[in-house]
Design a protein around this ligand. Structure first.
Ligand code: PEP
Length: 255
């Protein structure tokens, strides 16, 4: 199964910085074998990214969407506005959206349904907090988040799906999960999605690990079969080291 490595830039990079990054990354694109690469810049940099990536295999994703199609929703961005720039994926349920901006399972479900309806491929983030981990609730938290997002959806409408297992305590802290713990969570996600949505969605599902991934540790994650890529924050902001991360992932993926 092809790995998917996605860059989540959060609130970093202007349009000009994005154009420069894309030009630099493209110089190394020929080295990205066995890996699908996705950049998720801020909304304001999407046009610059789309122009700089023309003719490239590197794809574009968004970091958020509105659950509405259009209308009087000040400050919101609709999927159709993003598709105009060639956006194909959207990150949903990121822990910063859940914990800083108060998005709960209901909001995430509405956004997921909107993304599917508009033909955007969701990267659904799930993950436990430090307190939940200490209380040995990781599995039950992941199951709850997956059921809330996916239960009752028509498998035909879902098609392809990406889940990002991102333990909250590992995001931006420099303290990554162990590859074995990431693989255990990824296995659980594969099993739960298959149970909820059936074999067809289950066999197309890719589960990423996210949380302090870098070029030095990526190999340990993607060499374990349940882990099909990574969602990368801090280590995706500099083109040369992000390229090294992608190359290391491709080399480590012997499955
Ligand atoms: C993220 O924001 O999804 C993330 C995993 O960040 P970092 O790689 O910086 O931990």
């Amino acid at each position: 199964m092809e790995l998917i490595i996605a860059a989540n830039w959060k609130m970093h990079k202007t349009a000009a910085e994005t154009a420069e990054f894309c030009a630099q990354l493209r110089l190394q694109e020929g080295r990205f074998s066995k890996v699908e690469v996705l950049l998720c810049p801020p909304f304001t940099a999407l046009a610059a990214a789309a122009a700089a990536l023309e003719g490239s295999t590197i794809k574009l994703g968004a970091q958020n969407i509105s659950w509405e199609e259009k209308g009087a929703y000040t400050g919101e961005i609709a999927p159709r506005m993003l598709k105009e720039f060639g956006v194909s994926h959207v990150i949903l349920g990121h822990s910063e959206r859940r914990h800083i901006f108060g998005e709960d399972d209901t909001v995430i479900r509405k956004k997921l349904e909107r993304a599917l309806h508009e033909g955007l491929l969701p990267i659904l983030c799930i993950g436990e907090t430090e307190a939940q981990r200490s209380a040995k609730k990781t599995a039950s938290v992941l199951e709850r988040q997956l059921h809330a997002a996916l239960e009752g959806l028509d498998p035909e409408s879902v098609g392809k799906l990406v889940i990002a297992y991102e333990p909250v305590w590992a995001i931006g802290t420099g303290q990554a999960a162990s590859p074995d713990d990431a693989a255990a969570a990824a296995s659980l996600a594969h099993a739960v999605v298959e149970k909820i949505l059936g074999d067809k969605v289950g066999s197309a599902l890719r589960v990423q690990y996210g949380g302090s991934v870098n070029a030095g540790n990526i190999g340990g994650f993607v060499s374990l079969p349940p882990v099909n890529g990574a969602l990368v924050g801090g280590a995706s902001l500099e083109p040369d080291s992000f390229a090294e991360l992608i190359v290391a992932a491709g080399e480590a993926a012997g499955h």
